[in-house]
Design a protein around this ligand. Structure first.
Ligand code: SF4
Length: 320
């Protein structure tokens, strides 16, 4: 009889072959071989199911050097052997002292190894201020939402400049399940309706590079395990501003539920997929769920001036 591995005081074996499991439990328990096979097929199936990439498209990978985006880069390089695509990577340097430099080093090394051209863009050169300087002026409350607005815009601009057909984001299943719950907790149906494994703009005046999420079917734990099993060097240092309180609470809740009721995150995402069509219709009947264009800078906005222009205006005026 094969030796079973111990995990959380439970003897677990792979639900597919009964070898010792390295991840999951019950029907979701997997040995190393089946875990790796499943992981690859989750990515392939997500790309195919949501028509994320057409043959020969230029795909810009939003690379931070963290585990999700680095694993995504490896997965897309692997996938490009079956589905031809031209890969490039874009790294946004927000300007966070003692944090970003090591992840840039990881990104450079991995891109060199995988022969993917890397383009580095920065808040400082694009908006005139690093994130550190912005937060000195505005204070650190809500730092992640603030940073996210500028980062999204900069990735979009860089992808457009580099003539990418798609912009690939390293959002995993945990991020997706958290996003669904967060938007419900915050009563943001229009924002939730805009969320999807592939995001496009209906505004034809602006060339919006569609965002794709190839890891949407892989949990955070699985991404970390894939990285470890494939010796992908990951920088695990934490950003000093990473304190988005509500997301962290939802994350902890979801992890607790997943431990107790395995498959919770997948079920939340699947329920959202089923409801989304109806949600979009309902939202459109009341107000627009599509993206529009900022009258000031011409970038994507959810209506009126975009978040980056509003925030830059506040920074200039010294308001918090
Ligand atoms: Fe920006 Fe927050 Fe990520 Fe830090 S943790 S890089 S502040 S989004």
């Amino acid at each position: 009889m094969k030796k079973k591995i111990k995990k959380n005081n439970l003897n677990l074996s792979c639900a597919k072959c009964s070898s010792p499991a390295c991840v999951g439990s019950g029907p979701l328990a997997r040995c190393e071989k089946h875990f790796l096979e499943d992981f690859d097929s989750h990515v392939r199936n997500a790309v195919r199911e949501y028509h994320m990439i057409k043959p020969n498209e230029k795909v810009a990978v939003a690379l931070s050097g963290g585990k999700d985006s680095t694993v995504m880069l490896h997965q897309l390089v692997q996938l490009s052997k079956r589905l031809p695509m031209r890969l490039i990577a874009i790294l946004v340097d927000e300007g966070i002292a003692d944090y970003r430099a090591p992840t840039i080093a990881v990104a450079k090394k991995e891109c060199k190894k995988l022969r993917v051209p890397l383009h580095i863009v920065s808040f400082k050169s694009e908006f005139g201020l690093s994130l550190d300087s912005m937060l000195k002026k505005k204070g650190q409350a809500g730092a992640c939402s603030f940073c996210g607005v500028f980062r999204r815009q900069l990735l979009q601009k860089a992808a457009r400049r580099l003539k990418a057909d798609k912009l690939a984001l390293g959002h995993n299943l945990d991020d997706a399940a958290q996003t669904v719950l967060l938007n419900l907790y915050r009563n943001e149906p229009a924002r939730l309706a805009r969320f999807w494994p592939i995001t496009e703009s209906e505004d034809k005046k602006q060339h919006f590079v569609p965002r794709i999420r190839p890891l949407i079917r892989c949990s955070e734990k699985e991404v970390a395990l894939w990285a470890a099993l494939n010796s992908v060097p990951i920088h695990y240092g934490a950003c000093p501003y990473a304190v988005e309180a509500m997301r962290q609470t939802v994350r902890a809740q979801l992890n607790q539920m997943e431990d107790r009721y395995p498959g919770t995150k997948v079920r939340i995402f699947n329920a959202f997929v089923k409801m989304r069509k109806g949600l979009v219709k309902a939202v459109e009947a009341g107000f627009s769920s599509s993206l529009s264009v900022c009258p000031q800078c011409g970038e994507i906005s959810s209506g009126g001036f975009c978040g980056a222009c509003r925030m830059l205006e506040k920074l200039k005026s010294g308001k918090k």
